[in-house]
Every structure is written in structure tokens, then in C-alpha cells.
Design a protein. Structure first.
Length: 617
């Protein structure tokens, strides 16, 4: 049989390698901007068209390349940054794999203009799909000017997997944000389709943070400054009151490189323990400086995951510095384990020994045959809780049968001893109404076969979600105008995200206008929601939305509805009035799918009567 093994042609090998390094337009931006920084640039301009699909241009005033280097730069494993394997351990530059340019040239059209400062003429190179089309001397500015056109023109599969323009642009903005924070002394601008997103002049860390995240953040920055033999930590953490429900202001850098490090994230969050509201995430911008030999940046092709030699020691140092910084600013954690309204960790259902007998308030005027007229809202505003009109309700007989047998049995009551507490009897009579809230998180309600436990937040999510879907399906937008329209500012990537879902939010009843410069004004909110703090809801909505899996383009409206329901549902820790509890149960069972939250989590479960009997054996 003839030999069948062949070496892949370089262009194919480069295309395969490109898949690892270049996943989307933002990867190109990252690689080229990092190269510019390695070339010593102090000014970098990034121009993007159509979220990078048609054009990515990076102009720098760095050292430039000679004509041979310019040609060599596109070869795989061509790098000026390491000479021997040992160099890898002392690497302080961003590059060194020598893969980026070869990869980009394999999957796009590249035009390069570059000139060294001491030369009169520069070099122009045009490459398309790894083949050189032109190389010639040219008059041009000092430094390097890359234009990447028609990204993935020869890899349709990749092109197909690109997300919408706003989503791809958001990735680009995020990359620029990280690089800009890591290198505050470098001037960086970002333009998209001709309009400026960022124009940042070289400065220090604080000014850079403020120019990226808005001036409000300034007074919320607490400096961090710790130097040990292992690591030097600088930068800022945010005041607890500045913590948001949304991710977006959490940045770690190591030797001027952005890194993701969930373990270190935990160290920081733990230092804030007990001084943050539940679910709030503190802001931080922390810069690690350490001997490059003590880290391994090579474990991931895009080099954002970094391995530390002395990880646990650094963990301790990091947490201590954050605690110290918080302490210096008199933000001393007040340790209070049983604050009213605090969120409890859910207990396993079988530990019922802690449950105290619910306190039942007796309403002397109560008449079980009156039609219910429950309290209408959780915070006094809006009609968030009014049940759907009876005509629209699905048949509720199924769930009501859960309660059968719980109606007051007068004959057995008659047999009760005379000294039985009155309160107990009244409770029995109101069985169906006698649901109670437990740990401000669950609703316990007796049913025929045992005790039903309902997760209050998930239940409310389900109710709101079905209403929102109804609004969408019936085009019955009802917007509740704000008395005082509120303005708010987002960071650039959240602003792009919000802009991209604005049309969907409008169909749901939000009246939000884009004010430019990443600020927005809320004039109205959906009538079906209880929105006393619309800005918070928008923030949580964005966070939920970012964390939603699935194809954002196809299911955008549904994802918005789910996220919105999650963001506006009554939170854990919220005390419900008895009327509200009943209303919640009532509305839950009027839903099409009362058992599962919009994200598929269990809303309720029944603990069978036998289990209680077993417990007390
Ligand atoms: P790496 O950055 O890992 O070395 P790249 O493929 O990104 O690999 O770049 C290859 C080489 O091209 C670099 O090592 C550098 O010498 C040169 N180069 C790339 N971009 C620039 C630039 N903007 N200015 C000067 N030289 C550059
Ligand atoms: Mg590089």
C-alpha cells in the first residue's frame, strides 16, 4: 500500500492553529494591541467596522518592523520575543508563541504598513489566506498599521458562529477595557463605525478606571498597596456600598496582563463577608507584580488563565490586603449572624426541629366565605400581585385537590378537649389560608399528603415570567410612566448589551432612551412588574442576561423575559404578609407550569406525612 501520511500544507496548519488563537474579532484586537504594546507603543488607535467583520485596524507608534521582519512576522513560530526555551520562564511580554500573525493571515486579508523610526521608507505587505499578494516599499508613519479585512472569509463555519454585531462588539470593548486597565500609561482609542467609544489618554490607574467606568466610581475606590517578597499588590477595591449585583468591575492583572482567577476572586469576596448585601459583587482592580518565573502563562492559548507557583500563599496575602484596606477605611465588618431579613442558607427539609409554631394572627372579622381581597403589592407600589382575571386562568381544580380533606372537619373538632387552645382551632378552620413563610425564603403550606414547600423567589419568577410572555404574545404593552425619570450610566460593554436588547425591553413595556455616552434614561417600566427601583432591575437584568446560556440571537426575547422575571422577583429575605403569601400561592397555581421556574429549577416539593411520622418515632 502506498504511504498515506502527508505533512499538512502550511496554510492549512495555520488555519487549524488559528482556530485556537482567533475565535472572534475580539481575539484579533487583543493579539494586535498586545503586539503594539510589546513594540513599545505609547499610542494605539483601534478602528472597527461592523463589529470587526469587515475591518479591524490597529495603528501604533511602536518600533515598527524592517522589511524582512515584516515578512517573517507572518511565519508560524516567528517571534522576536524569545530566543531560547529558557526565555519562556522570564517572559514579560504579551507575545512569545509567534502564532498570532500567522493565524490571522490564514483566515483574513491583512494589510500591513510598518516603518522603523530611523528609516525613510516603510514596508507594505498584503496577504490573503496565507498567500502574499504584494510586498513593496512605501511612505508611511513610524510604527505599525495593521488592517484586517473580511475576517473568516475562507472559514464559513467560523463566520456562521459569530454572534450578533452588538455581542461581538461587546467582546471587543471588553478586550480593550482589560488592556487599557492593564496599561494605563498608554493612550488608547476605540472607534466603531466612525464613532468614538473610548478616547483614553495616558494616565495613572485611578484616572484610567474613572475614564472607563464613570466619575461616580472615583470616591468609591479604596487603594491597595502591599509588598512582600513573593508578590506586590497594587490597585483598588470598591467600597461595599458600590458593589453591584452585576459582574463587570472585577479585574485582576498579573505583570500587566489581564487574568481570570476564580480562586483569587473568592479570596477577595470572602474578605467582604458580612459587609455586602446578598448577591452583591465587590468591584476590584488589583495588579499583581511578581517574578515571571513564578507564574506559568502558557497553559492556555489565549493566556488568560495563569498558574501560580505559590498560589495559596498569595491567596492569603491577597485576602489580608483586602481586609486591611477595608479596615483602614473604617469599613469594619459587623458580624451579626441572625439579622432580621438576612438571607438564610437553605436547610435540608429534614431538620424541622428548628421550626417554631407559626404565629397566627387572628382576624376577628375573618369570614372564610368572603371572596378573597388580598393585599395588592409587596412594596406599596404597583399592582404586581393582582391575579389574572378568572377567565384566563387555567383549570386550577388539580392543585386545589391537593388541599382536599383539609377542610375543617366539624365532627372531629367537636371531640376536641375543651381546653384546646382557641388559636389552634382557628388555624384549623383556615387551613388553606394557613400557609406560613419560613426563613423568609420558603412558604410552607399543608396539603392533603403532607407539607408543601414552595420556594418564594422561584414561584414569583414563574408568575412574572408567564405574565411577561403574555405581554409579548398579545402585544399588550402597558408601560407605567415614572414620575421622576431616572438616568443612569453603564460601563461600555453593559451599555452595548443594553442597547442591543432595548427593542425587546420596549415590547415588554420598558421605556428607556439611549442618551449617548453610555447613559440612559428610564421613563417607564412594564405595568406587570413591581418596580420601585428600575435601575436595580436593569442591572440585575443585564447580569442575568449575561449568564443566560443559549443562542442570544434566536431567543433574545425569551431570555429577556426570563432575566427580567428573575431580576424583579421578590428576593429571598423578604418578609411576606399573610395576604401576600396566599396571593403568591394562588397566582402560582394559576400558571401553566407551576412546578418549575423559567430556568427549570424546582419550585415546590411535598414532604409526605409519613416522613413526619417517621421523624417522631
Ligand atoms: P508573538 O507576539 O508571539 O511574538 P506574533 O505573531 O503576534 O507573535 O508576532 C510576530 C512578531 O511580529 C513579533 O514577535 C514582533 O517581532 C513582530 N510584530 C508584530 N506586531 C508588531 C508591531 N505592532 N510592531 C512591531 N513588531 C511587531
Ligand atoms: Mg503577539
Amino acid at each position: 500500500m502506498a504511504d498515506i501520511i502527508q505533512l499538512l500544507p502550511d496554510s492549512v496548519a495555520n488555519q487549524i492553529a488559528a482556530g485556537e488563537v482567533i475565535q472572534r474579532p475580539a481575539s484579533v484586537v487583543k493579539e494586535l494591541v498586545e503586539n503594539a504594546i510589546d513594540a513599545g507603543a505609547t499610542q494605539i488607535k483601534v478602528n472597527i467596522k461592523d463589529a470587526g467583520r469587515t475591518l479591524i485596524q490597529i495603528i501604533d507608534n511602536g518600533c515598527g518592523m524592517s522589511d524582512t521582519d515584516a515578512r517573517m512576522a507572518f511565519e508560524r513560530h516567528a517571534t522576536s520575543k524569545i530566543r531560547s526555551a529558557n526565555d519562556i520562564f522570564a517572559i514579560r511580554t504579551m507575545g512569545f508563541r509567534g502564532e498570532a500573525l500567522a493565524s490571522i493571515a490564514a483566515i483574513a486579508e491583512v494589510e500591513l504598513r510598518t516603518k522603523e523610526h530611523d528609516q525613510d521608507l516603510g514596508t507594505f505587505i498584503h496577504i490573503s489566506g496565507s498567500s502574499i499578494i504584494t510586498q513593496e516599499p512605501i511612505r508611511c508613519d513610524n510604527g505599525t498599521n495593521f488592517q484586517i479585512k473580511n475576517l473568516f472569509f475562507n472559514v464559513p463555519a467560523r463566520r456562521k458562529f459569530l454572534k450578533s454585531n452588538p455581542a461581538e462588539l461587546k467582546h471587543i470593548i471588553n478586550e480593550i477595557q482589560r488592556i487599557a486597565l492593564a496599561n494605563p500609561e498608554i493612550s488608547i482609542s476605540l472607534h466603531h463605525n466612525g464613532s468614538a467609544i473610548h478616547e483614553l489618554s495616558g494616565s495613572n490607574k485611578r484616572v484610567r478606571i474613572v475614564s472607563l467606568f464613570g466619575k461616580n466610581i472615583n470616591q468609591n475606590l479604596i487603594p491597595i498597596d502591599t509588598e512582600t517578597s513573593l508578590v506586590k499588590l497594587t490597585g483598588f477595591i470598591g467600597q461595599p456600598k458600590h458593589a453591584r449585583k452585576t459582574f463587570g468591575e472585577q479585574f485582576l492583572f498579573v505583570n500587566k496582563r489581564f487574568m481570570k482567577h476564580p480562586f483569587f476572586h473568592k479570596a477577595i469576596v470572602q474578605a467582604y463577608e458580612k459587609i455586602l448585601p446578598p448577591d452583591a459583587i465587590p468591584s476590584y482592580f488589583i495588579y499583581f507584580d511578581l517574578n515571571p518565573a513564578d507564574i506559568d502563562v502558557n497553559i492556555h492559548p489565549t493566556k488568560t488563565e495563569i498558574k501560580f507557583e505559590n498560589e495559596s500563599a498569595i491567596w492569603q496575602i491577597l485576602q489580608a490586603s483586602v481586609r486591611e484596606a477595608l479596615g483602614k477605611f473604617n469599613i469594619v465588618p459587623s458580624i451579626d449572624f441572625d439579622q432580621a431579613g438576612s438571607v438564610d442558607i437553605p436547610m435540608p427539609l429534614h431538620h424541622f426541629d428548628e421550626v417554631s409554631m407559626p404565629e397566627i394572627k387572628i382576624n376577628p372579622n375573618y369570614n372564610p366565605f368572603d371572596s378573597p381581597n388580598p393585599t395588592k403589592s409587596y412594596s406599596g407600589s404597583g399592582n404586581s400581585f393582582s391575579p389574572r382575571p378568572a377567565t384566563e386562568r387555567p383549570n386550577t381544580s388539580n392543585w386545589q385537590s391537593l388541599y382536599k380533606g383539609l377542610e375543617p372537619d366539624l365532627s372531629s373538632q367537636a371531640e376536641q378537649p375543651a381546653d384546646e387552645p382557641v388559636q389552634f382551632r382557628i388555624e384549623e378552620q383556615q387551613t388553606v389560608k394557613s400557609s406560613v413563610q419560613f426563613k423568609n425564603k420558603y412558604i410552607l403550606t399543608p396539603v392533603k399528603s403532607g407539607l408543601m414547600v414552595i420556594d418564594q423567589k422561584r414561584a414569583h419568577e414563574r408568575i412574572l415570567y408567564e405574565r411577561l410572555i403574555q405581554v409579548l404574545e398579545n402585544h399588550e404593552v402597558a408601560s407605567q410612566q415614572q414620575l421622576f425619570p431616572e438616568t443612569f450610566e453603564l460601563n461600555a460593554s453593559d451599555a452595548t448589551l443594553l442597547t442591543s436588547i432595548l427593542p425587546d425591553l420596549r415590547t415588554l413595556g420598558f421605556d428607556i432612551r439611549d442618551f449617548g455616552k453610555n447613559s440612559f434614561i428610564i421613563n417607564g417600566t412594564p405595568g406587570v412588574l413591581n418596580t420601585s427601583s428600575p435601575i436595580e432591575i436593569i442591572e440585575s437584568l443585564l447580569e442575568e442576561y449575561k449568564n443566560s446560556p443559549g443562542n442570544l440571537q434566536e431567543k433574545a426575547r425569551e431570555t429577556v423575559a426570563i432575566s427580567l422575571a428573575q431580576a424583579s422577583a421578590i428576593p429571598y429575605g423578604h418578609t411576606l404578609k399573610p395576604g401576600e403569601i396566599n396571593e403568591l400561592i394562588d397566582n402560582l397555581f394559576a400558571c401553566q407550569t407551576p412546578n418549575f421556574s423559567p430556568k427549570g429549577k424546582k419550585i415546590l416539593s411535598i414532604m409526605p406525612l409519613e416522613d413526619f411520622e417517621k421523624l417522631l418515632k
